[in-house]
Design a protein around this ligand. Structure first.
Ligand code: CJB
Length: 841
């Protein structure tokens, strides 16, 4: 506000207001201007990367103009905002999305063509923004798209990692990790060197009495690091609303770069301080569904939540409202437990800095936060050791203990004498060392807790959070089934299918209200419609076949059944079940007579996904897939009947090529382990069918699209515990077909058996925790059913069209509207211009 232009001079500003480019001519003008000035190049020196840069800058200029207006509008309307705190935002590419959301892709296409470029090549120049591991990070990205598209006043807060998720290379069948330095040229961010927050670590706590005799805590000493904001504009689809994703980057606190040291010749230690500070935001932890309790990760978490919270509080304070109105202005959603320290930090700001009483502060805090749980896997539930927190965040540990004390007192009051209950629900686990259970802290500090699919939300209520349902009652716990943005996952990934749908529904409005897809069910028997649908699927498969050829050298037949499993490699997701099943298929084909083989359904089995660098079993799975491919793909007897490929470096932009090209995709987690899954939704939305277990969102997908249009198999979640118990304490016999697979591996059919023995013994000797053997028969049989079903192409097509027409529920727009209504209590703010425009942020 201090820097705003005085009233009398504002007319000049209004007169010179910058207008976004219009039309093809305007676009070309901007591209040439950016090439010649921003990039200091010319038409004699403009390659595809320069054309990408200039195109992006032209669109970025547009976005930022809308961003400014959106922020001014929100400030002027004084509307409640939601802040989505996520350590991961798996955004993928921005240019294509920006062109589509703004509605200027056609303009850009013809403009670029006139300037001598193909738009596809230019889009392809962009490096994915890969600030996430898997589903959790991509969900955050889909949510940002929906929040902007639905005109909700919303900000994302995350970390600006210098290195995103590593790039995966496959060398001799093994995964090799290569650093992903993605910031070489990133036109989509705006450094805000004026928006900084000082962040403190370590130090100690002292107490003093203030004037009124109240005790105040002071956190003193320790290290200081500066957080710098980088803003990324997030355009809504077909709306001027442009929200903000603010990513924090760390650097040495000003004054921290020790000029004394520097001048006295201690360059090295002075530079070392600098580097230590920058390390905080240097790299994304590459684990999915696993927490390892590393100090640097805790530092990242606190750095990010402290910066975000101070930013949010600073913004609230400008409104001059009383603190009691904080929850009317601010909703904060915790994407998993990673940002749980935000609860503690806000309480600290209120009581230590702003001088509020504990109860008053705590009441505001709990009304502000909502917590989303994304997993029940025990190894993924965050716990931090008390000594670690004590050292890094001494004041926060005190507050955590106080939160726990008051919480346990209230439990004791309602359940007198139940000491076991107190032990079970305590935020502090009485282990050696003591641990802080972050999920419990998140529950206690939030007003709503949600799971991400119906089964998952039921499971958390009956298992890991059962006691809390008892304590708080069931209303605090709710479900919001995940969703995906149809803009990226239909229109952008599959433009021809989107166009075909629009030709039948009458407009592209289904991209804003996905339930309109149901209109295409009317055309399920329309011969022309069916033919075109079929052609589009085939063209998408041809495109993927080319990609497979380029990246692996393997030639695949686009007419074969494409069977895809792409996601993080994890034992619970059971890629091992898939590759064992694939080996079984190979052995079966080998045992057939030439006559029998003629009747077999040709298949391409496609895998993709990264393994966490320290996850040895997952890496063995990748190795086995590659070795099986090496044997099968060169077996002339088998030919096109079976090809097995592993696609290197699966990421968002590759998913946009792979998803539209599947006939079948695999979502085959052990029942009760996959919280939701979201790629299941993407594949069905693109006209692929699913083979899956009764897990996560597969169950709701079945409910929506009908049992006839999905291939379900395997044991149910309710039976898993008994089966595991039987494996450990009863006799455990392995499925005979699976034993044949094991034998082939052990015989060395797929290379040195030694490398794969751990995969086998996990099933045979170590209790088969993921029920691979229990589900094997049902899995194999279901694939036989799939082969037969696929031979009836007409019926298959009917299933695919019907399934797509019933996928409306799985839009992230539906999902965000549910959060807005049930958890955040926020309203959209449409883009009708306010009369006078007030100052922005
Ligand atoms: N999820 O990607 C992750 N990482 C985690 O650490 C925990 C969960 C996934 O979140 C997705 C979005 O909610 C879910 O669809 C998926 O089932 C879950 O594994």
């Amino acid at each position: 506000v201090e820097a705003s232009i005085p009233e009398p001079q504002r007319a000049a500003w209004t007169k010179h207001q910058i207008k976004p480019f219009t039309g093809q001519d305007g676009f070309e003008n901007e591209v040439v201007r950016h090439v010649e000035t921003t990039l200091a190049r010319s038409m004699f020196n403009c390659d595809e990367s320069a054309a990408y840069a200039a195109t992006s800058l032209a669109f970025r200029d547009r976005l930022i103009l809308e961003w400014n207006k959106t922020q001014q509008r929100q400030t002027f309307a004084d509307s409640k905002r939601v802040y989505y705190l996520s350590l991961e935002f798996l955004m993928g590419r921005a240019l294509d999305n920006a062109m589509l959301n703004i509605g200027q892709k056609d303009v850009a296409k013809s403009g670029l063509s006139e300037l001598g470029f193909r738009i596809e090549d230019i889009i392809d120049q962009e490096h994915d923004a890969a600030l996430g591991n898997g589903g959790l990070g991509r969900l955050a990205a889909c949510f940002l798209d929906s929040l902007a598209s639905l005109n909700y006043p919303a900000w994302g807060y995350g970390l600006r990692y210098r290195y995103g998720i590593f790039k995966q290379e496959i060398i001799d069948g093994y995964q090799v990790e290569v650093p992903d330095y993605w910031l070489d040229f990133n036109p989509w961010e705006f450094p805000r060197h004026d928006v900084t927050v000082d962040i403190q670590f370590y130090g100690n706590v002292t107490k003093s009495q203030d004037d009124s005799g109240k005790t105040r805590a002071h956190w003193e000493g320790g290290d200081h690091v500066t957080a710098i904001a980088y803003d990324v504009p997030i355009p809504g689809y077909d709306t001027p609303s442009t929200n903000n994703l603010r990513l924090w980057s760390s650097k040495a606190a000003s004054g921290e770069f020790d000029f004394q040291k520097f001048n006295s010749g201690e360059y090295e230690s002075s530079v070392a301080d600098q580097q230590r500070a920058e390390t905080i935001s240097a790299v994304l932890y590459p684990n999915d569904n696993l927490e390892r309790g590393k100090e640097l990760r805790l530092k990242q978490q606190y750095f990010w939540v402290a910066a975000s919270l101070h930013d949010i509080v600073r913004r609230f304070k400008k409104s001059k409202r009383p603190w009691s109105e904080f929850p009317d202005q601010v909703a904060i959603q915790l994407n998993d437990t990673h940002p749980t320290l935000a609860i503690v930090e806000l309480q600290r700001i209120f009581i230590d800095i702003e001088g509020l009483a504990w109860d008053e502060a705590w009441n505001i805090v709990t009304q502000t936060f909502g917590y989303t749980n994304h997993t029940v896997l025990p190894e993924a539930l965050e716990k931090w050791s008390v000594p670690l927190i004590q050292n890094l965040l001494p004041r926060h540990l005190q507050i955590i203990y106080d939160i726990n004390l008051f919480f346990l007192q209230s439990v004791e009051k309602e359940h007198p004498g139940d000491r076991e209950l107190l032990g079970r629900v305590s935020i502090i686990e009485e282990s050696q060392p003591k641990m802080v259970r972050m999920a419990y802290l998140a529950i206690v500090g939030s007003h709503k807790v949600n799971g991400v699919a119906e089964l998952h939300s039921d499971l958390i209520k009956t298992t890991i959070f059962k006691d809390f349902v008892e304590i708080y009652g069931p209303d605090k716990f709710t479900n919001v089934t995940n969703g995906i943005t149809p803009r990226r996952w239909l229109h952008q990934a599959n433009p021809r299918l989107s166009e075909l749908i629009a030709s039948k529904t009458g407009s592209y409005n289904f991209l804003k209200d996905l339930t309109e897809l149901n209109k295409i069910e009317l055309y399920v028997n329309d011969a022309d419609f069916r033919k075109e649908w079929q052609e589009i699927k085939y063209a998408n498969k041809v495109r993927l076949a080319k990609h497979i050829k380029n990246s692996t050298g393997v030639t695949v037949n686009p007419a074969a059944l494409f069977d895809v499993q792409v996601k993080r490699i994890h034992e619970y997701k059971r890629q091992q079940l898939n590759i064992f099943g694939t080996i079984h298929r190979y052995l079966t084909l080998k045992a057939m007579s030439p006559e029998e083989r003629k009747k077999a359904q040709p298949r391409v089995t496609i895998f993709g996904g990264k393994a966490a660098p320290g996850y040895w079993m997952a890496k063995q799975i990748i190795h086995l897939v590659n070795n099986v491919g090496a044997v099968v793909n060169k077996d002339e007897e088998i030919g096109d009947l079976l090809k097995v490929v592993f696609l290197e470096d699966y990421n968002v932009s590759k998913a946009e090529i792979i998803t539209p090209a599947s006939d079948i995709s695999e979502h085959i987690s052990t029942a009760g382990t996959e919280a939701s899954g979201t790629s299941n939704m993407k594949f069905v939305l693109n006209g692929g069918l699913i083979v899956g277990t009764c897990d996560g969102a597969n169950i709701e997908i079945t409910r929506e699209i009908g049992e006839d249009n999905i291939f379900l198999f395997g044991n149910l979640a309710e039976d898993v515990e008994d089966l595991r118990h039987a494996h450990t304490y009863g006799s455990h016999s392995i499925d005979p077909d699976l034993n044949k697979v094991f034998k082939a591996i052990e015989d060395g059919v797929f290379g040195q058996p030694h490398d794969f023995l751990a995969l086998i013994s996990a099933v045979r000797d170590h209790g088969d925790y993921y029920l691979v053997s229990d589900d094997f028969h049902s899995y194999i049989e279901t694939h036989t059913v799939i082969d037969e079903a696929y031979k009836n192409q007409e019926q298959w097509l009917t299933k695919a069209i019907t399934a797509v027409s019933r996928m409306g529920f799985f839009s992230s727009d539906r999902c965000i509207n549910e959060y807005a209504e049930e958890i955040w209590n926020i309203e959209p703010l449409k883009a009708d211009k306010p009369e006078g425009v007030k100052d922005g942020e």
